[in-house]
Design a protein around this ligand. Structure first.
Ligand SMILES: *[C@@H]1O[C@H](CO)[C@@H](O)[C@H](O)[C@H]1NC(C)=O
Ligand SMILES: *[C@@H]1O[C@H](CO)[C@@H](O)[C@H](O)[C@H]1NC(C)=O
Ligand SMILES: *[C@@H]1O[C@H](CO)[C@@H](O)[C@H](O)[C@H]1NC(C)=O
Ligand SMILES: *[C@@H]1O[C@H](CO)[C@@H](O)[C@H](O)[C@H]1NC(C)=O
Ligand SMILES: *[C@@H]1O[C@H](CO)[C@@H](O)[C@H](O)[C@H]1NC(C)=O
Ligand SMILES: *[C@@H]1O[C@H](CO)[C@@H](O)[C@H](O)[C@H]1NC(C)=O
Length: 807
C-alpha cells in the first residue's frame, strides 16, 4: 500500500537551480531542483492543510512525498513566505510582514560568501563555495532529520558534543511538528537502535554484530541495501546506502510509531513497502519480560530460558498468563565459582543498555570476566565475523530476547552449576530415552515383521480355502487417558484450531513428544466411513511431504486422530495474511511449491497405492519448523487400482475454488483433478490471493481468470504478491506461473501429470503454452453460496467437506 503522505499545492513555476547565494531567495511557488533532478525544495502544504512549509520531496515521484521539513513547528499561514540565506550562512523563512518564522542555527563562523545547495542525496547544505572538501558543511538538513531516514543519512550520537541526530515522527499526516515517536541510537552500554515513544522504548532494532543489526535474523547478504554501523569513543551512528544508487528508498517513521522501509517502483508508480517494524508481538519491546524468549511461530510466544521459571503462575496454563513479570532463576547464583554458562543459539541478543563491550577480548577471557562480577548474567561475541571475536557482557536482567527459527546468535547464560548439571542430565535422560525407544522399536518392528510374515502365510492359506481376511488397521491405538493427559484434559487453551468436524488440540505426551489431536465431534459430518478411510490410507503412507499420523484413539462414539505437531500451522495462515506473508520470501515459496509437488507425486505414482487426495488446498498444507510443507487431511482421499485412471461419484466433496470442472460438474475425479487443485494452489502461493472470492473491478474473473488475463496480456509478473516486493527471480516466477496455468487447463487431458509438473518446475526446458483454464469466471460455478464451506476463514487444522447432492 502506498502511504500517501502529502498532497502538494504549489504552482509549476520552477527555478531550475540547485543553489541560492546571499541576496537570492525562494518565494512560495519557486523551487530548487538538485543537479540530476532527484529532489526538489520549496513551499508545500501537507495533506488537506492550508499551512505552508518549506520542504524537500522527490522531484521524479509523482505522489508528493516530503522527506524533510524546515519549519516543522511554525508554518507560514499564506503564500507570502520567502526562504533566503544571509551572508553569515544562516537560512531563514520570513512571512509577508518580514517576521522570521524559522532560521537555521550555524554555530561555526561562516565563510564570506556562503551558498545553500540542494544535493542529489536530498541533503540541503550550506557551504563555503571555495572549500574543496565536499563533506565540509556549515549546516546540513541531514543533521536535523524529520520522519524520513534516507540513504546517506546518519542517525546517532556525538559523545563529544552531545549532538543527537534522530528520526522523529510527524504529529499527524497534516502536521509535521515532532510527534511522540523517535528512532534513535540508545548510547547506554553497547549502542543500539531503538524506537521510542516519548521517553519509553517501544521496539528495539538491536546492536550491531559486525555484519547486521541483531534485531533481525539475517542469514544472507542483503542484495539491495548496504548497512553500516560506526562506533568509537567519540561517536556512534547508523546509516545505509543503496547498492544501486538509482533506486529510491526511504525509511519512514509514521505518526503511530511504525517504521516502513519502501522502494519506489517506477513501473507501478508507487512506493512498495518491503519491511515493516512490529509485524508481530515479538517485536514489541520486552514483550515476554526478563529471562524469557519470544518466538513468533509458537503459541504461546513466550517461554522461559532454560534454568528459569515463571514466578507465580501455574505451569501448563501458559496462554492466560501475564508475562509482564517474566521469569526467575530456578536456583540462585552462587557467585563464588559455583556458576557456569549454558549456550543458547539462534537468538536476538538481549537489550544491551546494561552491557560492557571490548573488541580485543576473546570469548574465553570474556567468560572469566563475567564470572568475576556477580551482576554479570551473560556474555557473547561482540562481532560475529571471522568465526567471532570480541566480548560483550550483560549485567542484571536479560530482557527482550527473541528466538529466531533461523539465523540469530549464540548467547552464554550464567546459571548455578548445580542447575546446569540438572539441565544437562535431563538432556542425557532424553538421549537415553531415545536410545531405549529405538531399541524397543527395533524389537517391536522385528516382532511385527515376523508376525506379519506369519499372518501373510496364514492369509494365503485362508485365501486358498476361499476365505477373506478382514483388513486390519496397521496403526497404534492410543489409550484415551493418555490423550486426555497430553491435551490437559482437552483444555480450551490447547485448541489449535476449529475444523469442520471438531477441534484440533495440541498435546504433549509424557516423553515430551508434541502431537496434534483431531477430535471428531460426535455430531460431525465426518462419519465413521471417512475416519476409517483416513486411518487406513494414511497409515500406509510415508513421505517427508505428508503429515505423519501417529495413531488413533477410539472410545465409544468418540474418534480421534493423532498427528505429528506442526508448529507453523498451515499455509493459508501465512499466504493470505498481509503481515505474515512477508515472512514467506520467494525462496521459501519455491520450496513450498516443490514440496507439495513431491508430496502429490508420491500419492499419485510412487506410493504402494494410487491415491487421489481430492481436497488439496492451502489450509491442508501444514508447515513444519523449517517451513517444509506437509500435505494433511486424507478424509476424502480415494484409493485407485493400478490400472484405474478415473472414477465417478454422485457425492462431490472438496472445496470450491480448488475443484476441477469435470469433478464439480460431473463428479469425475482422477489424478488430473488433483493436478488442477495443485495449479490453483501454486497461483495462490505466488499471488497471496485466494482463488475463491478473488475480485477485481475491471473484470469478474477469479484468480485463475486474472492470471490468464495477465498471461495473454504478456504481463504475468503483475500477479506476484506485493509482499515479495521485487525480491524474486523473474525467470523462476514465469516458469511457475506457466506450469500452474498448464495444471488448471479446462480439459483434464491437456493437464500434465505430476511427474511432468515436477520436471517442468525444476528443469529449464521450453514449456508449452497453456490453453484457457477451466472455471476462470467465478459465476460459472454451478453451486451457490447456500452450500457453504465450513469454517474456511478461521480454521487452522480444518477439514472441509462441501457436499453437493446428486443432481
Ligand atoms: C509573521 O511572523 C511573525 C513572527 O513569527 C508573527 O509575529 C506575525 O504575526 C506573522 N505575520 C503574519 C501575517 O502571519
Ligand atoms: C542556536 O543555538 C544556540 C545554542 O545551541 C541556542 O541557544 C539558540 O537559541 C539557537 N538559536 C535558534 C534560532 O534556534
Ligand atoms: C573564492 O575564490 C575565488 C578565486 O580564488 C576568489 O576570487 C574569491 O574571493 C573567493 N571567495 C571567498 C569567499 O573566499
Ligand atoms: C512511559 O512509561 C511510563 C511508565 O510505564 C508511563 O507512565 C508513561 O505514560 C509512558 N510515556 C508515554 C509517552 O507513553
Ligand atoms: C540500477 O537501477 C536502475 C533503475 O532501476 C537500472 O536501470 C540499472 O540497470 C541498475 N543498475 C545496476 C548496476 O544494477
Ligand atoms: C560489576 O559490574 C557493574 C557494571 O559494570 C559495576 O557497576 C560493578 O561495580 C561491578 N562489580 C564489581 C565487584 O566489579
Amino acid at each position: 500500500m502506498v502511504l500517501l503522505l502529502c498532497l502538494f499545492f504549489f504552482t509549476t513555476r520552477t527555478l531550475a537551480l540547485n543553489t541560492i547565494s546571499p541576496g537570492q531567495s525562494i518565494k512560495d511557488g519557486q523551487t530548487l531542483v538538485s543537479a540530476s533532478g532527484s529532489f526538489e525544495l520549496g513551499f508545500f502544504s501537507p495533506g488537506n492543510s492550508k499551512s505552508r512549509y518549506v520542504g524537500i520531496w522527490y522531484q521524479k515521484v509523482s505522489t508528493g512525498t516530503a522527506v524533510w521539513v524546515a519549519n516543522r513547528e511554525a508554518s507560514v499561514s499564506d503564500a507570502s513566505g520567502v526562504l533566503s540565506i544571509n551572508d553569515k550562512g544562516i537560512l531563514s523563512i520570513m512571512n509577508g510582514t518580514k517576521g522570521i518564522v524559522w532560521s537555521s542555527n550555524t554555530s561555526r563562523n561562516s565563510a564570506e560568501e556562503p551558498i545553500a545547495r540542494l544535493l542529489d542525496s536530498g541533503n540541503f547544505v550550506v557551504k563555503d563555495p571555495n572549500d574543496s572538501d565536499p563533506e565540509n558543511f556549515l549546516w546540513q538538513s541531514f543533521d536535523y532529520p524529520c520522519d524520513t531516514f534516507l540513504p546517506g543519512m546518519k542517525i546517532g550520537i556525538n559523545f563529544v558534543t552531545g549532538f543527537d541526530r534522530h528520526i522523529s515522527s510527524w504529529k499527524s499526516m497534516e502536521d509535521p511538528a515532532p510527534g511522540l515517536y523517535s528512532m534513535r541510537i540508545d548510547p547506554r552500554g553497547l549502542p543500539q537502535l531503538v524506537i521510542k515513544k516519548g521517553p519509553n522504548i517501544t521496539s528495539r532494532g538491536g546492536s550491531w554484530n559486525g555484519r547486521y543489526i541483531t534485531g533481525r535474523p539475517q542469514p544472507t547478504v542483503n542484495p539491495v541495501y548496504l548497512y553500516e554501523f560506526f562506533w568509537n569513543k567519540n561517536e556512534a551512528y547508523y546509516k545505509y546506502e543503496m547498492r544501486n544508487s538509482s533506486i529510491f528508498s526511504r525509511y519512514l517513521l509514521n505518526p503511530v510509531g511504525l517504521t516502513q522501509r519502501s522502494i519506489w517502483n517506477e513501473r507501478k508508480n508507487e512506493w512498495e513497502v518491503d519491511s515493516t517494524s512490529q509485524a508481530d508481538q515479538c517485536s514489541i519491546y520486552d514483550y515476554c519480560g526478563s529471562y524469557a524468549t519470544c518466538s513468533t511461530n509458537e503459541f504461546p510466544p513466550c517461554k522461559c530460558l532454560e534454568g528459569f521459571m515463571q514466578g507465580s503462575a501455574s505451569p501448563g496454563d501458559l496462554s492466560s498468563v501475564d508475562w509482564s513479570n517474566g521469569c526467575t532463576r530456578r536456583r540462585p547464583l552462587t557467585c563464588d565459582g559455583g556458576d557456569s554458562f549454558l549456550k543458547q543459539t539462534g537468538l536476538k541478543l538481549p537489550d544491551t543498555s546494561k552491557s560492557w563491550a571490548d573488541i580485543s577480548v576473546d570469548l574465553k577471557e570474556c567468560e572469566k570476566l563475567c564470572l568475576r562480577n556477580c551482576s554479570c548474567t551473560a556474555y557473547a561475541n561482540l562481532d560475529i565475523r571471522e568465526g567471532g571475536h570480541g566480548c560483550l557482557l550483560w549485567f542484571l536482567d536479560l530482557i527482550d530476547i527473541t528466538e529466531f527459527s533461523k539465523g540469530g546468535q549464540d548467547l552464554y547464560i550464567r546459571l548455578a552449576t548445580s542447575d546446569l548439571e540438572h539441565i544437562q542430565s535431563k538432556g542425557k535422560l532424553k538421549e537415553k530415552q531415545k536410545a531405549t525407544i529405538i531399541a524397543i522399536s527395533v524389537i517391536i518392528t522385528c516382532g511385527m515383521m515376523i508376525l506379519a510374515l506369519w499372518l501373510y502365510v496364514r492369509k494365503k492359506k485362508l485365501r486358498k480355502t476361499g476365505e477373506h481376511g478382514k483388513e486390519d488397521l496397521e496403526l497404534p491405538v492410543f489409550d484415551f487417558a493418555i490423550i486426555a493427559t497430553a491435551t490437559n484434559n482437552f483444555s480450551s487453551n490447547n485448541i489449535l484450531g476449529q475444523g469442520g468436524f471438531g477441534p484440533v488440540y495440541k498435546g504433549t505426551l509424557i516423553e515430551g513428544q508434541e502431537i496434534a489431536v483431531k477430535r471428531l465431534s460426535k455430531n460431525s459430518g465426518q462419519g465413521l466411513e471417512e475416519f476409517k478411510n483416513e486411518v487406513t490410507l494414511i497409515s500406509k503412507l510415508q513421505h517427508r511431504n505428508l503429515v505423519k499420523l501417529f495413531g488413533c484413539c477410539i472410545r465409544r462414539d468418540e474418534k480421534m486422530l493423532i498427528y505429528e505437531y506442526m508448529p507453523n500451522k498451515s499455509l493459508d495462515y501465512f499466504i493470505f495474511d498481509q503481515t505474515r506473508s512477508k515472512l514467506l520470501d520467494w525462496r521459501i515459496r519455491m520450496h513450498i511449491v516443490d514440496g507439495i509437488a513431491r508430496g502429490v507425486l508420491y500419492l499419485h505414482h510412487d506410493s504402494r497405492l494410487r491415491i487421489i487426495h481430492r481436497d488439496l488446498k492451502a489450509s491442508n498444507i501444514l508447515l513444519d519448523n523449517n517451513m517444509k510443507p506437509k500435505i494433511s487431511d486424507f478424509g476424502l482421499a480415494r484409493k485407485f487400482g493400478v490400472d484405474q485412471t478415473q472414477a465417478k461419484t454422485r457425492r462431490v466433496v472438496g472445496t470450491y475454488g480448488y475443484m476441477s470442472p469435470e469433478y464439480a460438474l460431473d463428479g469425475i475425479f482422477s489424478t488430473k483433478s488433483d493436478v488442477f487443485s495443485f495449479g490453483v494452489l501454486v497461483l495462490e502461493i505466488l499471488s497471496g490471493k485466494k482463488n475463491r472470492g478473488f475480485s477485481r473491478p475491471e473484470h469478474d474473473h477469479n484468480l485463475l481468470g486474472h492470471a490468464w488475463t495477465l498471461w495473454i496480456g504478456k504481463r504475468p509478473l503483475e500477479l506476484i504478491d506485493t509482499a515479495l516486493s521485487d525480491l524474486y527471480n523473474a525467470t523462476e516466477v514465469l516458469r511457475c506461473i506457466n506450469v500452474a496455468l498448464l495444471c488448471v487447463q479446462q480439459s483434464p487431458l491437456d493437464r500434465p501429470n505430476m511427474s511432468l509438473v515436477l520436471l517442468m518446475l525444476c528443469g529449464d526446458s521450453v514449456l508449452p503454452q497453456p490453453k484457457q483454464p477451466g472455471f476462470f469466471i467465478e459465476r460459472n460455478l454451478p453451486m451457490t453460496d447456500s452450500i457453504s464451506e465450513i469454517n474456511e476463514m478461521f480454521s487452522i487444522y480444518e477439514s472441509t467437506i462441501t457436499s453437493l447432492e446428486p443432481r
